[in-house]
Ligand binder design. Structure first.
Ligand code: BJW
Ligand code: ZN
Length: 269
């Protein structure tokens, strides 16, 4: 394994980036970290709310036990998100949809920041915090319009209780979302995995599918993950600093301007 320091984006990655027709990007909480959204697991701490780890409060069991508490948690999260804006990583990804013939953006994030940056047709594996869903009739509502009755908002169509339209631990992903992502993964030439700890399944299997089907696999993350060893290149650093470099030509010295990033070449070119 060779580590290239001083912010070089390897020639091979530049070439693959410029030649690729079909690209898949899987994003996780880290892509929104520079916008101010807390990650779940990065940085040593994990998210805790009122003494409960998020694996408990964001779980199917909690929804059944205490729906008002789940709403409080998501109201709190929406309140924090309201003021936040996309960062250069979201913006770079949004620009790329007009660069590649086919760009599939698959996200585990529920914050809607990719869409706010201008990305279209985002495949949301874990739902969206700005939507609610009726437990009785399945109708979806805009979470900005909700009216709460004893801590739980009610459906405009049938009066049933609404829940956040997100995928909690122990719940199935939205019908078709994972399947569509898997099909795109099987046919992409380049797969970028950005800001995810790659521990939550089935999302974490998307890059595995892409790599097994022959894609060049690249991870962008300040920390190593269980996926790192499978990658062709690991770009160690922050998404908002690294992603904008990928579509730049190298400077005269052959490097880019970011001194924080390094690339580990996992597989000989
Ligand atoms: C930066 C950065 C910067 C920092 N730039 N990077 C196989 C084996 C074992 C268990 C399972 C299995 N298959 C399924 C399971 C169960 C479970 C699971 O995977 N558990 C594992 C944790 C063990 N999966 C499920 O339950 C899923 N459902 C399912 O499989 O259905 C079938 C089924 C049903 C019933 C029983 C069994 C199976 C559903 C998963 C839903 C996940 N939901 C959440 C919460 C959403 C709502 C909410 O927000 O509250 O989704 S959990 C949480 O984790 C959230 C995220 O989308 C998800 C992934 O996290 P992510 O995005 O990777 O973030 P972090 O924080 O983990 O990592 C951030 C990374 O960014 C770090 O690496 C940093 O270094 C990096 N970073 N700054 C770039 N500036
Ligand atoms: Zn309803």
């Amino acid at each position: 394994m060779r580590t290239i320091r001083e912010g070089l984006v390897s020639e091979e990655l530049q070439r693959r980036f410029h030649e690729a027709h079909s690209v898949l990007i899987l994003t996780g909480a880290g892509v929104s970290a520079e916008s101010g959204v807390p990650t779940f697991r990065g940085g040593g701490d994990s998210t805790v709310w009122r003494g409960m780890p998020f694996e408990i409060i964001s779980s199917a069991g909690m929804l059944q036990r205490d729906l008002p508490a789940v709403w409080e948690w998501f109201n709190y999260r929406r309140g924090k998100l309201e003021a936040l804006k996309p960062n250069p990583a979201h913006e770079a990804i949004a620009r790329w949809q007009d660069v590649f013939k086919e760009l599939s953006l698959v996200t585990q994030n529920i914050d809607g920041l990719h869409q706010m940056a201008g990305s279209r047709n985002v495949i949301e594996l874990h739902g969206n915090v700005w939507r609610a869903r009726c437990l009785d009739c399945g109708a979806r509502s805009n979470a900005r319009d909700l009216r709460f009755d004893r801590g739980v908002p009610l459906c405009f169509d049938c009066g049933g209780a609404l829940r956040p339209d997100v995928v909690l631990f122990g719940e199935m992903l939205p019908t078709g979302a994972f399947e569509l992502a898997a099909v795109k993964a099987e046919s992409c030439e380049l797969c970028l995995v950005v800001g995810t700890s790659a521990v939550v399944y089935p999302a974490a299997s998307i890059p595995e599918i892409a790599r097994a089907a022959g894609a060049f696999l690249v991870e962008v993350n300040p920390e190593r993950t269980p996926l790192s060893d499978l990658c062709d290149e690991v770009l160690t650093g922050r998404a908002g600093e690294i992603l904008p470099l990928l579509c730049q030509q190298p400077n005269r010295e052959g490097g880019h301007d970011a001194s924080y990033a390094s690339i580990e070449r996992m597989r000989p070119c």
